[in-house]
Structures are given as C-alpha cells and as structure tokens.
Design a protein around this ligand. Structure first.
Ligand SMILES: *[C@@H]1O[C@H](CO)[C@@H](O)[C@H](O)[C@H]1NC(C)=O
Ligand SMILES: *[C@@H]1O[C@H](CO)[C@@H](O)[C@H](O)[C@H]1NC(C)=O
Ligand SMILES: *[C@@H]1O[C@H](CO)[C@@H](O)[C@H](O)[C@H]1NC(C)=O
Ligand SMILES: *[C@@H]1O[C@H](CO)[C@@H](O)[C@H](O)[C@H]1NC(C)=O
Ligand SMILES: *[C@@H]1O[C@H](CO)[C@@H](O)[C@H](O)[C@H]1NC(C)=O
Ligand SMILES: *[C@@H]1O[C@H](CO)[C@@H](O)[C@H](O)[C@H]1NC(C)=O
Ligand SMILES: *[C@@H]1O[C@H](CO)[C@@H](O)[C@H](O)[C@H]1NC(C)=O
Ligand SMILES: *[C@@H]1O[C@H](CO)[C@@H](O)[C@H](O)[C@H]1NC(C)=O
Ligand SMILES: *[C@@H]1O[C@H](CO)[C@@H](O)[C@H](O)[C@H]1NC(C)=O
Ligand SMILES: *[C@@H]1O[C@H](CO)[C@@H](O)[C@H](O)[C@H]1NC(C)=O
Ligand SMILES: *[C@@H]1O[C@H](CO)[C@@H](O)[C@H](O)[C@H]1NC(C)=O
Ligand SMILES: *[C@@H]1O[C@H](CO)[C@@H](O)[C@H](O)[C@H]1NC(C)=O
Length: 803
C-alpha cells in the first residue's frame, strides 16, 4: 500500500479535467491570458485571481484572494511563491501546451501546473466559487486525464513573512508514516505539534478535543488505499472561514466578521506561541505573555532587523562580541570567556551529556571547545551545547520546571572597563550614576508623596499610583490567577482591606478613553457583581483593583474529584440564581447594556458565604479590538462561546445567555462539558441532557454522581430546561437573563425546549436522526412560552420571544 497523502484543508487547489464549460470572466483560455492588473473572478464573485503585491513589497505574484464581502485583500493561494516578477505588464499567465503557465518579463516560464502533456488548444483554467482553480480540457471534452499519483505528501507551508510568500519554516502535513494524524514540523524535520489520530466515532482528532464542541464545521477524514485527507465544510454556507499555517508557526482558523469587517481568530494550535519550535531563531529567547515574544539573549543582537520587523524571527540573533577563542590569535589580549547565568529557562534541545563531577569541571569542559556555547549543571548532571542554541524559552520567575543555563560570552560583555582608561571612565560613570540615583530617589519621593493616598474619582472609584499597588501586592508576589486579560494578584491596602489587583495586558485605549470606561465600570454595583474599587493608569501600566473574594472562582469548586468538598445542590442553585441576577443587572438595569462576553466558571467568584459574584464585566469594551484574540486563546473559553461569535452577526446580550446556559449544564454534571465521556464513548453532556429532557427520561441520571441523587427533581429539571433554552442557536429563541431569573425563582414556568441544532450535530450519530425528526416535526416547541406558576403572586403572563 502506498497511500497518496493529500492534505485538503479549506482552500486546496486541484487540477483535474472534466467536461462542462462556459467561457466567462472566470476563465483563462487559449485566447484569454492575464497581464498587468487584469483579473478573473469566480462566477459568484467569491474569489479573484490575478497579480498581487504582498504588503509593502515591490514583488508581484499570481494569487487567489477573496472577492466580494472580504474587504481586506486576503490571499489564499500563491502560484509562484518563490519566484516573483516585478513588471506585471510584460509578464503573462496563459495556457501553454495544455498547462497554465506563468511567463516572466523575459518570456521565460517560471511557474507551471505541469500536469498535462497534451498540446490541446482547448484547455482552459476556471476559477470556481469554492476557491478552487480547475484545469479543464476543452468545451464538453470527455478526454479522461489520470491524476498524477505520487508518494508526495501535500504540505501546507507558512509564508516566510508577511511580505514574502516563499515557503517558510513551518509546515503542516499528514503523518508520512501512514497514521491518521497531522503533524506540524519545523524546517520539514522537527515535529512540535500533533493533532493525535483521527477518531472516526467521535469525528475529532484525539488531541484536539475542542473539535467536539463545534457547531460550525462538518469534519471528515477520508482514507483509502490511494489517498488520505481531512476535509471540512461549513454548516452555514454564508460563513466565510479560512484555515492557515501562519507565519507564527501556529495553525489558525479565522472567520470573517461582516460587522467589523475583519478576520476573527477563533482557534489556534499550538496554543502558546513559545511552543512553536525555535520560533525566535538561533540565540533568541521566547517569553510567553510578554510582547514582543522574541528577544535576543544578552550579548546577542538581531541578525536581520528588517526580517524581525516583519515578524520573521527565523534568522535569530548573532554574537555582538566575538569569543576570545575566535579572535585573531596574533592580537590576543583578551581575557578568557565567561559564563552568564540565566535562571528560569526552558533549556534548548540537542544538549550533549558530559561526565563532570562539579560545576567547575562542567564549565571547563565547555571552555575547552570553542564551539561550545553554553552548559547546564544540575541534578541531571552536566550538559553542554555545541553551536547554535535553538528553542530557548524564558519562563516566569515562579515556574517549577525552570532550569539554569550558563551562556558563554566574551569577557568584555561583562564589564566595559578593560584597560587603563577604565579608571577614569569608571569614575565618571560613578558620579553620573550617583546623580541618577539622587534624581530617581527624588522622583520616587515625589511620587510617594503625591500618590500615597489614592484620589477618589467619580465618588467611589480610587485612582492608585503604581507604587502603591506594588507595595500593596508585595511587588506582585502572590498570584491569584491569570486570565486572558492579564494576571491577578492578591494585595492588602494600608487600611488592611484585602484586594485583588488585575494587571491588564494589551490595552489599546488612550488615557482619556480608559478613564471613561473605568469610571463607567465603577458605577456598576450589585450584590452579584465583583466591585471595582479603583484603578491605576500610568503610561502603559493599567491595573484594576477589585474586592478580594476569599473563595476564589467557581471552577475550583465545581470541577474536582474530592467528594467531601462537592458543592451541595442548594448552593449550586443559589450560585446559578445569583449569577443570573448579576447578568440581568448588567444587561437590563445599567444605563448602557453591558455584554459580558466571557461567561464561564472562571469568571464567577465566590465570597466568604459562597455568594456568587460575576467578575471581569465591562472589560470587553475596555480591551476593544483585541478582545476576540484574547477570548479565543484562552483555555476553556471556547466551549462557552455562542455561535454568533463566529458567524459574524452582531453579538448581543444573548451571547451571554448562551454561555450561561452552557455553564448551567456544568452545575448539573459537576464536570466540564468538554470533558464528558464514558467508557470511551463520546457523549457531549448538553446533548445528553437535552435528549433526557425531551424524552422525559429520569433527570436524576444527569446529576453529578458526587451528590448521590440528593437534589429535588423539580429544580433539576427546571435548570436543565432553562439551560437548553439558553443554548438555542437562534438567539431570538433564548430567554433574556431577566426571564431566566424569574424561571429560577419559580415565578415563571417554561415549556419543554427543542434540541438546538448545534447539540444535534454534536451528538452521536445514532441519536442524531431521532433528534432531527423530533425538533423539526414539533413546531409548537420552537419558541419558549412562559406561564406564571400557580404558587407565585406574579401576574399571569404568556410571552413568546420569537418575532
Ligand atoms: C478564441 O479563438 C478562437 C480561434 O482561435 C475563436 O474562434 C474564438 O472566437 C476566440 N474567442 C474569443 C472569446 O475571442
Ligand atoms: C489597469 O492598468 C491600466 C494601465 O496601467 C490603467 O489605465 C487602468 O486604470 C488600470 N485599471 C485598474 C482597474 O486599476
Ligand atoms: C507599509 O509601510 C507603511 C509605512 O512605511 C506602514 O505604515 C504600513 O504599515 C506598511 N504596510 C504593511 C502591510 O506592512
Ligand atoms: C526570467 O526568468 C529567468 C529564469 O529564471 C531569469 O534568468 C530572467 O532573469 C528572468 N527575467 C527577468 C526580467 O527577471
Ligand atoms: C515540470 O516538471 C518537470 C519534471 O517534473 C520539471 O523538470 C520542470 O522543471 C517542471 N517545470 C516547471 C515550469 O515547473
Ligand atoms: C456542450 O454541451 C452543451 C450542454 O451541455 C451543449 O449545449 C453544447 O452544444 C455542447 N457543445 C459542443 C461543442 O458540443
Ligand atoms: C511510494 O513509496 C513506496 C514505499 O515508500 C514505494 O514502494 C513506491 O514505489 C512509491 N511509489 C511511487 C509512485 O513513487
Ligand atoms: C533547514 O534544514 C536545511 C537542511 O535540510 C538546512 O540547510 C537549513 O540550514 C535549515 N534551516 C535552519 C533555519 O536551520
Ligand atoms: C458532513 O460531511 C459528510 C462528508 O462530506 C457528508 O456526508 C454529511 O452529509 C455532512 N453532514 C452534514 C450534517 O452536513
Ligand atoms: C485506487 O487506484 C486504483 C488505480 O487507479 C483504482 O483502480 C482503485 O479503484 C482506487 N481505489 C479507490 C478506493 O479509489
Ligand atoms: C525596524 O523597525 C524599527 C521600529 O519600528 C525601525 O526603527 C527600523 O528602522 C526598522 N528596521 C528595518 C531594517 O526595517
Ligand atoms: C589577523 O591579524 C593580522 C595582523 O594584524 C592580519 O594581517 C590578519 O588579516 C588577521 N586575520 C584575521 C582573520 O582577522
């Protein structure tokens, strides 16, 4: 068996021959070639083919980009990736000897489809609305052509940088060994990510569990004796979505947002930038969470600043001062090389183990070899590195897996005074730094005096100085958690009240706008919302100060294995109700409706009495455009995201209702929706719950086993019904948060929900058919109808939410 491995992701080009044909604006034929600014456009206008210039480059390429709705030129395929042309007027793309061929300015063929040996003059190239470019033989021709079958694996290869489509270092391909898994490789050799094997029953790649929570893409994997490939289609044909091997070394799925006219990243792997092998190049160091990600090690500088400016770090860094052993021997007056201690790093690969009984023996082994650039000596013994250091990562100060690397540098890198002038320079430098110290001390004193008492802004909100927060948090030493917006630290104010300080990352706001937004958030106060006490805004340093919540976030209470600590049903119900009240307040009672955008257990905090408080509200607006990026790279968030986040329609408060519904299911099961599976059989809990509800099965079977069935059936069933209404695909069918509160309070009752289409898709195949018939045949259950319950005093009311 020699599988012809084929990678087939959203836009793949195939060259096949078939018969029907119409010569139109979408076709290149014997007497219609392409030059200059001419283009061909697919019949429905979805795609355009022609010459383009990437970014500020002066090189021109033949490519295909989105037409119509996608207003940013977004190239999906490039023909002559490595051989650009400069003058498009004298270059030509045309049919030649049965192939589509690009001729450069000197009429030399520089790119060809190279699949046909026919010299038929009836061959044409047609750009289809799917984005595929198809080579066909003649109008109505029936000439069969054989597909060329080779052992070649089709790769998806990143661009070199944002202005150069030449093949970069990162590529995605199907495992050449023949297993059904995708690999991401660096320089076609070193693997740094795998999708895990395709699981046909679950229809996911085993190491990409988030595929299970998908309601947008229909994934399938094809494998037979001749070929293997993965494809997907979109359930909603109006969604514009693309999958790319990005210059960042990550695979990314993006969708076009019609409203804001931009691409929205909604999934990427590897999740962390620094997991991309050698992302920062030789002698570069990658820092997660810091911007820029890449920096040169001390004693090194960027090899090509222009490439770094284009986010291409692959050239890495080079030594600023030669090592002593590399110097011209005849001029040798240098001191022996020294080693710089670099703590908290993830060591580079390709270490060579060396026998050494002490650190000095390890060091001298390295010194004896001029190619030795670093060593490490710890409980794993002595290791040295010869030549380039690749894939080095700077870890956080508190990282448990951090190691220490000793980096070899020329002695002069350690001090600048190496000759007689040194004394004078040293003395001058000494007095300069003394002055500096005095100045700094002065500024510090001045700052302390002006900020020792935070100023009250807008009545209740306090403006803190950075130094105050630094000392309140003992220099940000006690980390409470880290979300997409930034890390949170515990602190104590001089009046001994305990605070949580959030260091915001990636704020694009101007000072005035920031203060306006913050003071808006400051006015929002409700028993089920975490109170913002103040903020700090000094240059790029933006911090928010909140009340400290001693019981932490809900996820820690909900998802753990210790039975004795399981939250009782009563507590869960109260938390669900409290959260709903907090959200209803945000949506309906504030002056401007505030959409939270990131409802999940991590953002529900619990005070000393386990009363729930919604955290992080208002931040979506504060973060602005970067929010979608932050949202999608956050662990676990995706399972709570409403479909409209991806489909491009405007996001309303109903997106929060969706996320809230997903979370309610977790209140019931005590497990993450994304982690539901029993005996290897994949079962998405919300689908299971929805089916139990509609089939009138025993709802107690859904309850978290840790509760031993200790929950009133009526409340359990009510929560499941509400959850199922909340996660309807059509946002107009979801209840408002205010209605949710009333249902949970028992004031309103609600009818049985239909199973949302997204849940049907997620369910397993045998149940799929049943679900579909049920929900589509039962039109009366398509909208919720609310009736006030007999026990309540509320006025009788029946409402339908659908317009
Ligand atoms: C293309 O060329 C053929 C003959 O070579 C001619 O009959 C036909 O009309 C031409 N078509 C167009 C669109 O110019
Ligand atoms: C195409 O190029 C020609 C000649 O350079 C120019 O006159 C024409 O305006 C261009 N058309 C477009 C649509 O840019
Ligand atoms: C092109 O260059 C200009 C100025 O030099 C810069 O502002 C712009 O961002 C560049 N465009 C791209 C796509 O790099
Ligand atoms: C066209 O391509 C040929 C072969 O690559 C090259 O020798 C020639 O210089 C190119 N012409 C121009 C004008 O770049
Ligand atoms: C076409 O393929 C042949 C053989 O595989 C190769 O020698 C030739 O360079 C290719 N031509 C172009 C223009 O790519
Ligand atoms: C090609 O097929 C179309 C319909 O499929 C037919 O109308 C047309 O006459 C055919 N043309 C030729 C040259 O056979
Ligand atoms: C493909 O590779 C297999 C083994 O790797 C070999 O036996 C076979 O001949 C190759 N086929 C082609 C068309 O190169
Ligand atoms: C990638 O591998 C090739 C050999 O396959 C090597 O020549 C090249 O230097 C490597 N690139 C980098 C950046 O190390
Ligand atoms: C999903 O795709 C497969 C294969 O492409 C197709 O057979 C199936 O009908 C699709 N499912 C849905 C629900 O569209
Ligand atoms: C694989 O290719 C052979 C030769 O072209 C063909 O006879 C066979 O039907 C193909 N198998 C499948 C499953 O398409
Ligand atoms: C790179 O960017 C920096 C700042 O944006 C600029 O000063 C520098 O000139 C750029 N260097 C090159 C080579 O483009
Ligand atoms: C070494 O120094 C000598 C004398 O200054 C000079 O002639 C020679 O070119 C130098 N060699 C190198 C490799 O720099």
């Amino acid at each position: 068996m020699d599988p012809w491995l084929k990678l087939s992701v959203l836009v793949f080009m195939w060259f096949s021959f078939n018969s029907q044909l119409s010569l139109g604006a979408d076709t290149i034929s014997a007497n219609r070639s392409l030059s200059g600014n001419q283009t061909i456009v697919s019949s429905g206008g979805n795609f355009v083919l022609g010459f383009f210039k990437p970014g500020n480059s002066s090189n021109q390429y033949i490519g295909i980009w989105y037409g119509n709705k996608v207003t940013q030129q977004t190239v999906v395929w490039v023909a002559n990736r490595e051989i650009p042309v400069r003058d498009t007027q004298s270059s030509e793309l045309k049919i030649s000897d049965g192939n589509l061929v690009l001729f450069n300015e000197s009429k030399v063929p520089i790119w060809s489809t190279n699949i046909s040996s026919s010299s038929s003059s009836s061959v044409v190239a047609v750009l289809e609305d799917s984005g595929n470019l198809v080579l066909r033989d003649g109008p109505n021709s029936t000439t069969p052509f054989l597909n060329k079958r080779t052992n070649q694996s089709q790769l998806l290869i990143s661009w070199k940088n944002s202005e150069d489509p030449a093949p970069g270092l990162f590529s995605l391909e199907l495992d050449p060994e023949g297993t059904n898994q995708y690999l991401i490789l660096w320089n076609r050799t070193i693997q740094y990510w795998t999708s895990g094997a395709w699981d046909e029953q679950a229809r996911i790649f085993t190491l990409v569990p988030e595929m299970r929570l998908n309601y947008i893409y229909n994934f399938s994997f094809h494998s037979d004796e001749n070929e293997s490939y993965f494809t997907y289609s979109l359930y909603n044909p109006d969604t514009i979505s693309r999958f790319v091997m990005d210059i960042s070394g990550q695979i990314k799925q993006l969708s076009w947002l019609e409203g804001s006219k931009e691409w929205n990243l909604f999934w990427s792997q590897p999740r962390q930038q620094c997991q991309v092998y050698a992302y920062c190049g030789a002698f570069g160091s990658c820092t997660e969470g810091g911007l820029p990600f890449c920096n040169c090690l001390r004693g090194f500088h960027q090899k090509s600043q222009s490439a770094w400016n284009l986010s291409d770090f692959s050239d890495g860094c080079e030594r600023t001062t030669k090592l002593q052993c590399e110097e011209n021997r005849t001029l040798t007056n240098g001191k022996p090389d020294k080693f710089l201690t670099s703590p908290n790093v993830k060591l580079p690969q390709n270490a060579q183990p060396v026998t050494a009984t002490s650190i000095s023996e390890c060091e001298s082994t390295c010194l004896q070899n001029c190619s030795c650039t670093a060593y490490a000596y710890d409980s794993d013994g002595c290791r040295i590195w010869i030549g380039q250091l690749l894939d080095l990562q700077q870890l956080a100060d508190d990282a448990s897996d951090g190691k220490t690397l000793y980096l070899r540098l020329a002695a002069s890198e350690f001090s600048s005074s190496s000759n007689n002038n040194g004394i004078i320079i040293g003395a001058a430098a000494g007095s300069v730094s003394l002055v500096l110290v005095l100045v700094i001390f002065g500024i510090w004193r001045w700052r302390r005096r002006t900020t020792i008492n935070p100023k009250a802004v807008d009545g209740s909100l306090l403006a803190f100085g950075y130094r105050d927060l630094q000392s309140a948090t003992k220099n940000f030493s006690e980390k409470l958690g880290g979300g997409g917006f930034g890390s949170v630290f515990k602190g104590t104010l001089p009046d001994s009240s305990v605070i949580a300080v959030k260091q915001l990352e990636s704020i694009n706001q101007g000072e005035k706008q920031f203060r306006t937004e913050v003071s808006t958030i400051g006015t929002i106060q409700h028993v089920n919302l975490v109170r913002l006490r103040g903020f700090c805004s000094e240059g790029i340093r933006k911090l928010l100060v909140y009340d400290y919540m001693p019981n932490g976030s809900l996820d820690a209470h909900l998802f753990h294995e210790e039975k004795s600590k399981a939250l009782t049903w009563k507590t869960r119900y109260q938390i669900a109700l409290g959260t709903a009240r907090g959200l209803a307040y945000l949506h309906e009672k504030c002056r401007d409706c505030i959409i939270h955008c990131d409802i999940k257990p991590e953002n529900i905090l619990l005070d000393a009495e386990l009363c729930s408080k919604v955290a992080d509200f208002g931040l979506a607006k504060l973060i602005g455009r970067d929010f979608s990026r932050v949202l999608t790279t956050m662990r676990g968030t995706r399972g709570y995201l409403a479909p409209e986040w991806i489909s491009g329609v405007p996001v309303t408060a109903k997106a929060d209702v969706y996320s809230y519904g997903m979370m309610l299911f977790e209140f019931v099961s005590g497990r993450r929706n994304s982690e539901q599976s029993e005996d290897g059989k994949v079962r998405f809990f919300p689908t299971l719950a929805a089916s139990v509800m509609t089939q009138d099965d025993d709802v107690l079977t859904l309850l978290d086993p840790q509760l031993n069935g200790d929950a009133p059936e009526e409340e359990l069933s009510r929560i499941c019904k509400v959850a199922c209404w909340c996660v309807q695909d059509d946002e107009t069918r979801r209840p408002s948060m205010g209605q949710v509160v009333q249902i949970l309070e028992g004031v309103l009752d609600v009818n049985l929900p239909p199973i949302p289409r997204s849940l049907q898709v997620l369910g397993d195949n045998s149940e799929h058919v049943v679900f579909f018939t049920e929900s589509s045949s039962n039109q009366s259950s398509q909208t919720p109808s609310y009736t006030s319950t007999a026990s309540s005093q509320a006025k009788s009311k029946t409402s339908s939410m659908s317009s």
